[in-house]
Structure formats: C-alpha cells, structure tokens
Write a protein that binds this ligand. Sequence first.
Ligand SMILES: NC(=O)c1ccc[n+]([C@@H]2O[C@H](COP(=O)([O-])OP(=O)(O)OC[C@H]3O[C@@H](n4cnc5c(N)ncnc54)[C@H](O)[C@@H]3O)[C@@H](O)[C@H]2O)c1
Ligand SMILES: CC(C)[C@H](C(=O)O)[C@@H](O)C(=O)O
Ligand SMILES: [Mg+2]
Length: 348
Amino acid sequence: MRLAVVPGDGIGPEVVNEALKVLSEVAPQIEPTQYDLGAARWHSTGELLPESVLTELREHDAILLGAVGDPSVPSGILERGLLLRLRFELDHHVNLRPARLYPGVRGPLSAQPEVDLVVVREGTEGPYAGTGGLLRKDTPQEIATEVSVNTAFGVERVVRDAFARASNRPRRHLTLVHKTNVLTHAGSLWSRVVEEVSLEHPEVAVDYQHVDSTTIHLVTDPSRYDVIVTDNLFGDILTDLAAAVTGGIGLAASGNLDVSRANPSMFEPVHGSAPDIAGKGIADPTAAVLSVALLLDHLGEPELARRVEAAVAFDLATRDHQNPGGTSAVGDRLAALVSSAAGTRTSA
Ligand SMILES: NC(=O)c1ccc[n+]([C@@H]2O[C@H](COP(=O)([O-])OP(=O)(O)OC[C@H]3O[C@@H](n4cnc5c(N)ncnc54)[C@H](O)[C@@H]3O)[C@@H](O)[C@H]2O)c1
Ligand SMILES: CC(C)[C@H](C(=O)O)[C@@H](O)C(=O)O
Ligand SMILES: [Mg+2]
C-alpha cells in the first residue's frame, strides 16, 4: 500500500513525524512518500499544488496530511490553493470527524459526560465552494459575496453516508444541524433530503437542531449526540467545539473521504499549523495518530486501527495530563504501546 505524506506547515511536520513512527510499528508494509507542499515551497517556487504532484498523489492509496497555513503567507492562499484544492480535486465529499471523551481525559466541563459522537461534515460544497467575489473593490460601495452552493447530488451523498454510519452505531441516532429558519433555500434542500433518505432507514431515529443551539447543547449536554450531519462551514465550527469539549484540539482526528474510492482519501488532524507553538516540540501528536487509525480503517485494516486507538486510550488513561511530555515523547510512548501487549490488552 502506498501512502502519500504531506507534512505541510508549522506543527504539521512535527505531528506527522510521530504519526509515521506509530504507523511504521503497526503497519510496516505501508510505504510513505513525502511531498513538500506548503509555505516553504510557495515562497521558493510560487507553487501550491502543481498538476504533476496532484497526478502522483492520485496514484496513492491514501494521503496523510499534517496542517497548512503560515503567518508569512497571506491568509487563504495555502488554505484554498492547497488544502481545499486537494479536498475538492479528490472529491472528499465526506469529512468525517469523530469526537470522543476518552477515560482519563478531563474535558473543560465540570461534569464528565459520556461523549462519543461523529460529525459527518459535507466536504466539497457550501460556503467553501468559492462562488462569489468582490464588486466595486476598494470603493465605499464594495460588496463581498460568498455563495453557499448546495447541490441535491452533494447533499444526498453525504446524508446517505451519515445514515449508513448511524445505522451501524449502537444508538442509531442522527441529527441534522443547519439553520433552516434563516438559510431557507439550502435548509429546505437539506431537510427534504434527510426526510427522503430517512424512509430507507426506519431503524435510525432522526432529529433536527439549529446550529446556534447546537453550540449550546454541545457544551451543556454533548452526550445527546450520536451522528451529526451538517454542511461544510457549520461542520468546521462544530468540530473545533466538539474537540474542545472532549479534551482539546490536540486529540481530534479527521478523514476526508471519497466514499466512491475513485480517489485517495486524506487523513489529517482537525487542528491547524498552530504557529503559536510551532518549533517548540510541545504539540500533541495524538490527533495525527488517531487520524492514522481512521486511515487504517479506511484501508481495510480495522484490527490495526483498533490497536492504534487502544494505544491512545491507554496513554490518555495513564499520562500525566499536567505534564504529558513533548511531541516526540508522546509519539515514542504511542509507538511503543502499539507494538506491546499493553496496547493490545486495552482494546479487549
Ligand atoms: N487542516 C488544516 O491544515 C488547518 C486546520 C485549521 C487551521 N489551519 C490553518 O492553521 C493556521 C493556524 O490556525 P488557528 O490558530 O486558527 O488554528 P490551530 O488549530 O492551528 O490552533 C488553534 C489553537 O490550538 C492549539 N493547537 C493546535 N493544534 C495543537 C496540538 N496538536 N497540540 C496542542 N495545541 C494545539 C494552537 O496552539 C492554538 O492555540 C491558519 O493558517 C489556519 O488557516 C489549517
Ligand atoms: C484551513 C481550513 C481550510 C480548514 C477548513 O475550514 O476546513 C480547517 O479549518 C479544518 O477544519 O480542516
Ligand atoms: Mg477547522
């Protein structure tokens, strides 16, 4: 199996390094090839994602990405020109973002609720589509539009994926999150599609919640959620919040999936390049390591994925959360755990 690795910017290379340590222990048959895309390449060559590199990436079974974004590059250049371009070109329509409160992790809430939810975020449309622009730029009459594009095709495929996931989880519960009271055009389409697909899944209990009130309930009662399906922007915001509630952004993994498997899917931590801590060796690599677990699941290696998760669970249950050790110390512990009996035992 061939894995393309895009470490990217800031803490991206730091956490990817640790994720690869774990991967090489658990799945030495996977061959990683590194691609130097990101701020440094843009500064030296002006390139973001050359066609030749995109063609090579397509030939891999999966992609592992660290993070992109750098204060030396104008905001949006790397995010749109590299990260979103990858997600769009490779048709990553399902952005899968689980959030689980692991035993031993103290979330910021006074109670320790049971949280085990997954956000199925639409990945190629919505306000991210890039439709819109600036009219009468640099005049007092300037107008900026950012059109949210929602196609029946795009909404249906992500809603179907969310129902299938809900159907395979113990609680079989799906919440559509939107803002149907204001975004009535897109809201109508999303609601109708959910209603139609729900007829094929009588086993899944469905409800609806406005996105603003979801931010309340994610904090006050996160246990109520099982699968959340939502649009690209709402999903972006809700998954940072869900990460915070379950112990921090350093633990939150994601998979950008082309469910049709026509293109390689891409796995990455939910967090960004964290310029505030880059180079200090203190970024938590756990999110990147858990992204490797999602990757292994996707590549049809669920037992290996469970070993990685079990190692993380063991580490989170036993680590000194005040002083967890630096990036490479955490990576070393996790790499040792995946190959040891301790890692395997916790999965039982
Ligand atoms: N997928 C991606 O590549 C991605 C995701 C989000 C943001 N970004 C980009 O990253 C840059 C910084 O964005 P931001 O500051 O809004 O978000 P961020 O996720 O990089 O950082 C937010 C906060 O979380 C902390 N943090 C992030 N990852 C951590 C980790 N592994 N361990 C410990 N702490 C961690 C940071 O120090 C910071 O205080 C921007 O250029 C943004 O566009 C990229
Ligand atoms: C950097 C940005 C394009 C990206 C997004 O908005 O999807 C990030 O915030 C994320 O959550 O992966
Ligand atoms: Mg985000």
